[in-house]
Ligand binder design. Structure first.
Ligand code: TYD
Length: 209
């Protein structure tokens, strides 16, 4: 719960590639008057530069360890320059991906690097969102949707369906471990129905005006 009246609510969205997070971020943002909508990797000028290094190029461009360092560097800059100032000013922050993506994408897919991810998170980030919406989605449908966007930032989509299935299980496991912070939402439905369920959870976490 967000107990400090001056501090804004920090909400993150998580899920596999193509799970519909971006649509849901926009729909949730419409419920607030002055939200900060942001994303990872990126969300600040420095972190957006790191984003280009991470999301373009060959799938084997970076080792898993180097990737963790780059994602963490981007997150630290994003937290310092965008997220923390907004929360301190009492604004709601809605973030498309945060540390749970590193836990799952880098910590659980290629060897067991979860301990490294956790150590770096504790040392360099040290905070969690107040609420994390995990959108669960059939990996085959989500992958087709993600690739169809043709964003040119498909390094992770290019790792294939098996990779997306491993990610899905990683997010499901995370939701079980953090039942107070994380809410699992079935994304295989009409976006309006998904949005309504998300709003019910968010409204339940907000302090009465
Ligand atoms: P993005 O374009 O935001 O994809 P999506 O719309 O699917 O969220 O690209 C983010 C990609 O980076 C996505 O494939 C997940 C990956 N990623 C990580 O591997 N680790 C991380 O810590 C973060 C934040 C993202």
């Amino acid at each position: 719960m967000n107990n400090d009246a001056k501090t804004g609510l920090f909400i993150s969205f998580e899920g596999i590639d193509g799970s519909g997070k971006s649509t849901q971020v926009k729909l949730l943002a419409e419920k607030f008057t002055d939200p900060v909508i942001t994303r990872e990797p990126g969300g600040s000028p420095g972190a957006e530069e790191i984003r280009a290094l991470l999301l373009t190029g060959d799938t084997d461009r970076w080792s898993a360890e180097t990737e963790i360092l780059l994602f963490t560097a981007a997150r630290r800059d994003h937290l310092e320059t965008t997220i923390q100032p907004a929360l301190s000013a009492g604004r709601t922050v809605i973030c498309d991906r945060f540390a749970d993506s590193t836990r799952v994408y880098q910590g659980a897919t290629r060897g067991d690097l979860r301990a490294t991810v956790d150590t770096l998170h504790t040392a360099m980030i040290g905070r969690e969102p107040d609420l994390t919406i995990i959108i669960d989605m059939d990996p085959a449908t989500a992958l087709a949707r993600g690739l169809a966007r043709g964003s040119g930032e498909d390094r992770f989509e290019d790792m294939g369906l098996g990779f997306q299935e491993t990610l899905r299980h990683g997010f499901l496991a995370l939701a079980k471990v953090h039942p107070n912070r994380c809410v699992l939402i079935d994304g295989n439905r009409d976006p309006a129905a998904v949005a309504a369920e998300i709003w019910a959870h968010v409204a339940g976490r907000m302090e009465p005006a």
